[in-house]
Design a protein around this ligand. Structure first.
Ligand code: UDP
Length: 241
């Protein structure tokens, strides 16, 4: 079942259910892609119908952040909770080590993907990483060809939105049997370049505040969060007539 939040249709799933769905797609060897929009990205999609379509066509749509979960609640159609993309990726690594299968990491500045690969294999002994590439390629066709040749079962596409969603939609057919996950800045997180907020801040839904303190230049982008909440409140008022 999907729950629309301002036009973006989220899967009504917990982390475990999202992983079960991913396992099913891997089992069926389907080319598929997964998106993890946060409130900023939903705000972007409200303004851009083509981008919204790219999100809604995904095989798995996960609510990455407390903002989306709050929006769904305000609209009277609550989601079970946040399913953070970075954790989903980490759990996919777990799944690959258990069931077998390989992973390719695409995105980030040069060497970030390799550093992320190193850290992920340390954390998930036995994980097979069949390739890595940075996300600032000039020749997209050549980048896709290299991924194709490596035949990954899972591909993390970490190019930021909307570049990663466009990439996944465009190359889904060219990568048969590959499950792609658009995970934004997750490779920076896995590589240890971008630290996640302390656990207590994550628990208190304050991860956005931590990011703002660390990267004040994100302020413009982050202002989309309150704007998104205001739009949700407006929509609720409209629905209640
Ligand atoms: N990035 C990339 N290629 C590009 C633009 C961005 O690989 O052409 C990477 C960038 O290095 C960063 C990630 O995409 O690692 C985007 O991170 P950000 O935190 O902005 O994304 P979010 O998770 O907020 O969508």
């Amino acid at each position: 079942m999907r729950i629309p939040v301002m036009g973006v249709e989220f899967d009504c799933v917990t982390m475990d259910q999202a992983l079960a769905r991913a396992a099913e797609l891997l089992e069926n060897r389907q080319s598929a892609y997964c998106v993890t929009p946060n409130a900023e990205i939903v705000y972007e999609a409200i303004q851009d119908p083509d981008f919204r379509e790219l999100l809604n066509q995904a095989d798995i749509v996960l609510p990455d952040g407390a903002g989306v979960v709050l929006g769904a609640k305000l609209l009277g159609t609550p989601l079970p909770g946040k399913v953070a993309g970075i954790e989903f990726g980490e759990r996919l690594c777990d799944m690959l080590t258990k069931r077998g299968g390989s992973l390719y990491l695409l995105g980030g500045k040069p060497v970030v993907a390799e550093q992320a690969a190193q850290k992920l294999t340390q954390r998930h002994p036995g994980l097979v990483i069949c390739g890595t590439a940075h996300g600032y390629f000039q020749d997209e066709a050549a980048a896709v060809e290299r991924i194709r040749a490596a035949k990954p079962d899972v591909l993390f596409v970490c190019l930021g939105a909307p570049k990663q969603e466009r990439f996944m939609r465009a190359h889904c057919q060219a990568l048969p049997g590959c499950l792609m996950a658009g995970l934004g800045g997750s490779l920076d997180g896995y590589a240890g370049i971008a630290k996640r907020a302390p656990k207590w801040m994550i628990r208190c839904n304050l991860e956005w505040l931590y990011r703002l303190i660390k990267q004040p230049r994100r302020l413009g982008r982050m202002m989309r969060l309150p704007k998104f909440i205001l739009l949700c409140l407006g929509e609720r008022r409209r629905q209640n007539g």
